[in-house]
Design a protein around this ligand. Structure first.
Ligand code: BDR
Ligand code: CA
Length: 311
C-alpha cells in the first residue's frame, strides 16, 4: 500500500475522503491526518477529523492540529456550504480519541525525513497552509515527497468562491504558490473534475441502504451538503470534491487529464487564487502538474459505495 498523509479541513466531502482511505488498507497506508483551518476554524476541523476516525472505528489513527490561519492572510471560511460546525447534518457525539501533541507541520517534516525518499504521498484536501509551511521550514523534505495529490483549483469550470478561484487555493494562495513551484510531482483534482462527481438520489440511497452507521452518516452528510449546490447552481446533487483524490490513489484509471503548467495568481484582487492552467500549452513554462479534467463518474461512485460498505 501507498503511504499517505491526508491534510484536511472537514467538511462533509473531506469526511468521505478520510473514510474512503480508511476503508482501503490494501492500497492505502494512512500514516496520519493533519488538520488545517479552512471550511471552518481549526478547533472545529481537528475535532471533525477525530469524529470521522471514530465513526470509522479507528480511534488509533494519529490526528494532528496544524496552522490556524493562512500564511499571510486572514482566514476565509465556508460555513455557507458546510454549516456552522463544518460537518452539519447528523448530530455527532464529541470525539473521545486523542489529538496528538505534535504540530501537524512537524509531523509532516519528521515523517518525510524518517521514511525512505519517494515513498510518502501527501493528499491536501483543504487550503495548502500546512504543506507550504512544512516546505518553508524544512526544504530538505521537498525532494523526498513521492507525489502531492490535491483537491483544488479550476480552469474551464472557473471558480466557486470568486468568479475566478476555487476555495482551497483562494484561502491561501501564497501557500498554493509555494507548493506549485516546489518541483514535487502534483496531481490535481480541480472543480473541472469534482463538479462531475455529483451525488444523485440513487447514489445517496446506496449509502443509506448499506445498513451501517457509516452509510447512514454519509447519506445524511450529503443530504445536507447538496443543498448548497442545488440551490446555487441548480446541480443535481452534491459534488464529492475531496474523495476524488483518494479514489485516484486507488484507481487512477478513473481520471484523465494533461500534464501541464499551472501557476497561482497571488497579486490580483480580481483573480486572486486563480489556477492559471496552460491547457493548450501556449507558453513554454514547464509542466508542473497533472491537471485532471475528466472522471468516470459511475466508476467513482461504484468504488466509493463498495469501499464504504466495508466500514
Ligand atoms: C473544496 O472546498 C471545500 O469546501 C471542500 O471541502 C473542498 O475541499 C471545494 O472547493
Ligand atoms: Ca476540503
Amino acid at each position: 500500500p501507498r503511504k499517505i498523509i491526508i491534510d484536511t479541513d472537514p467538511g462533509q466531502d473531506d469526511a468521505v475522503a478520510i473514510l474512503l482511505a480508511i476503508a482501503s488498507p490494501e492500497e492505502i497506508d494512512l500514516l496520519g491526518v493533519t488538520a488545517v483551518a479552512g471550511n471552518v476554524p481549526l478547533p472545529l476541523t481537528q475535532k471533525n477529523t477525530r469524529i470521522v476516525c471514530e465513526l470509522a472505528g479507528r480511534p488509533d489513527i494519529k490526528v494532528f492540529e496544524g496552522c490556524d490561519a493562512p500564511l499571510s492572510r486572514k482566514l476565509v471560511t465556508a460555513e455557507h456550504v458546510h454549516g456552522k460546525t463544518g460537518l452539519d447534518g447528523p448530530v455527532m457525539p464529541d470525539p473521545t480519541m486523542p489529538l496528538q501533541d505534535q504540530h501537524a507541520v512537524d509531523f509532516i517534516i519528521d515523517t518525510l525525513r524518517a521514511e525512505p525518499a519517494g515513498t510518502v504521498t501527501i493528499c491536501p484536501i483543504g487550503p495548502l497552509t500546512n504543506v507550504a509551511a512544512a516546505f518553508e521550514k524544512a526544504p530538505d523534505i521537498i525532494e523526498k515527497v513521492q507525489e502531492i495529490v490535491l483537491m483544488g483549483g479550476a480552469y474551464f469550470e472557473v471558480g466557486n468562491i470568486t468568479p475566478a478561484a476555487e476555495f482551497n487555493i483562494y484561502v491561501d494562495p501564497e501557500a498554493a504558490a509555494i507548493v506549485f513551484k516546489s518541483g514535487v510531482p502534483i496531481t490535481m483534482m480541480p472543480l473541472d473534475v469534482t463538479h462531475k462527481a455529483l451525488t444523485n438520489k440513487a447514489r445517496v440511497d446506496a449509502f443509506r441502504n448499506m445498513g451501517t452507521k457509516v452509510g447512514t452518516m454519509v447519506a445524511e452528510w450529503t443530504d445536507f451538503f447538496e443543498r448548497f449546490d442545488k440551490e446555487k447552481y441548480g446541480s443535481e446533487g452534491a459534488p464529492l470534491h475531496d474523495p476524488c483524490t483518494i479514489a485516484y490513489l486507488i484507481k487512477p484509471e478513473l481520471f484523465s487529464g494533461r500534464h501541464i503548467n499551472v501557476e497561482i495568481e497571488t497579486t490580483s484582487d480580481l483573480t486572486l487564487g486563480m489556477t492559471v492552467a496552460d491547457w493548450w500549452r501556449v507558453t513554454d513554462r514547464p509542466a508542473n502538474a497533472m491537471f485532471m479534467k475528466d472522471i468516470d463518474t459511475q466508476g467513482f461512485f461504484d468504488l466509493l459505495t463498495e469501499r464504504l460498505a466495508r466500514l
